[in-house]
Design a protein around this ligand. Structure first.
Ligand code: ADP
Ligand code: MG
Length: 367
């Protein structure tokens, strides 16, 4: 099921007497989620992710704009008639019911033609339990399950009515690191098998990047960029997106252009086709550094972290407002840690210029 948001805005009235302006939680969202894809809504806390999800589920009504499932305008359709499955961070299982009863709960109230017999419900519960791999646990109570298992039950419950759209709001946040990894792979697998159009909300960029076909990066209720994860990582449209994606994070420096050359501090990095002489924010991905004792970019060397295949060179720079920056180079390199500084060549495709005031990307070619 294709999902389309058309100029969707959600405003909440201000409760603060001094600050009368409405909160615009979702500001003029327009995008299309292709049928059968998994999209990640990604952004820091408070940027409007849950509100956007609630608008799709129908739990909240947009102030303006329209939402379509396929060709149907469902903007005014109540949540229970939309055919959506919802999963939240806190699994919200019924503690007094067994796993099986939790899963069949949404089937209990079906009326008329849709009404199921007990045997049919059990069959569905068993089928869906197999899909999320909890079929051995059907007679347990939620308190007898691990967090990861509880979340699988919640996913099974959301799937049992075969929703047209599956909506997941930070479903992994209550799990420990290992389970988080495992469960996110499970979600990807389940989504692949069922081909249910899925919206996955998270503040964790790595999580969103790893499982989404497409990510929507948001800030303060405004969409910053939409695209497949690798494209957004490679071609961020502004400094916010560049900084939000990537581990280790992108290194941010104060730089300038002068007579067609890019400078950071006194170091002339390379020639660029920027005519004006101007100050810029320069951001460099960790993989944009190549160790070279005659390199054009000199940094203070804080230390080296060996990570097996790679080495993380911890550097600082007078023109980098942030503390320590990590450059990732292959472990075949040898960094002389007895020296106070280290020199690199920079790979132009990993060096981005941003307007110092607006943070918008300035596109250039290196010569
Ligand atoms: P996220 O899920 O990205 O953390 P939310 O969608 O929950 O963000 O919230 C976005 C903004 O809308 C926040 O500023 C939040 O305080 C505000 N907000 C969310 N729900 C309500 C509400 N029911 N009433 C008033 N303000 C709200
Ligand atoms: Mg939220």
């Amino acid at each position: 099921m294709k999902v389309v948001l058309q100029n969707v805005t959600k405003k909440f009235p201000s409760r603060n007497k001094k600050e009368k302006a409405d909160v615009i939680a979702v500001n003029n969202f327009s995008f299309e989620i292709p049928d059968g894809k998994l999209i990640g809504l990604l952004g820091p806390s408070g940027c409007g992710k849950s509100t956007a999800l609630n608008l799709i589920s129908g739990l909240q009504k947009p102030t303006e704009g329209k939402i379509f499932f396929g060709d149907d305008d469902i903007t005014k359709v109540p949540p229970e008639k939309r055919g959506v499955g919802l999963v939240f961070q806190n699994y919200a299982l019924y503690p007094h019911l067994t796993v099986k009863q939790n899963i069949t709960f949404p089937l209990e109230n079906l009326k008329g033609k849709e009404k199921l017999t007990k045997a049919q419900m059990n069959e569905k519960a068993e089928e869906i339990a197999k899909l999320v791999q909890i079929d051995g646990l059907l007679d347990r109570k939620p308190s007898e399950l691990s967090g990861g298992q509880q979340q699988r039950v919640a996913i099974a419950r959301a799937l049992v009515k075969m929703p047209r759209v599956l909506l997941l709001d930070e479903p992994l946040s209550n799990l420990d690191a290992r389970l988080r990894l495992q469960t996110r792979e499970e979600i990807k697998r389940i989504q692949n098998e069922t081909k249910i159009t899925t919206v996955f909300v998270t503040h964790d960029q790595e999580e969103a990047m790893s499982i989404s076909d497409m990510i929507v990066v948001m800030k303060d209720g405004i969409i910053q960029q939409i695209g497949n994860p690798q494209d957004v990582y490679d071609e961020p449209v502004n400094l916010f997106v560049a900084k939000f994606l990537g581990t280790p994070p992108i290194g941010v420096y104060e730089g300038r252009t002068e007579n067609g050359k890019l400078y950071i501090g006194n170091d002339c990095i390379f020639d660029v086709n920027v005519k004006e002489n101007k100050e810029f924010t320069v951001a460099i991905r960790p993989e944009g550094y190549a160790l070279n004792e005659n390199g054009t970019f000199e940094c203070k060397l804080n230390g080296v972290e060996v990570m097996g295949r790679d080495i993380s060179v911890v550097i600082t720079h007078d023109n980098a407002p942030e503390q320590a920056i990590r450059a990732i180079i292959s472990a075949e390199n040898i960094v002389d840690t007895s020296k106070p500084t280290v020199k690199f060549d920079l790979k132009p495709s990993k060096v981005y210029l941003f307007d110092k005031q607006s943070g918008e990307r300035i596109y250039y070619t290196a010569k």
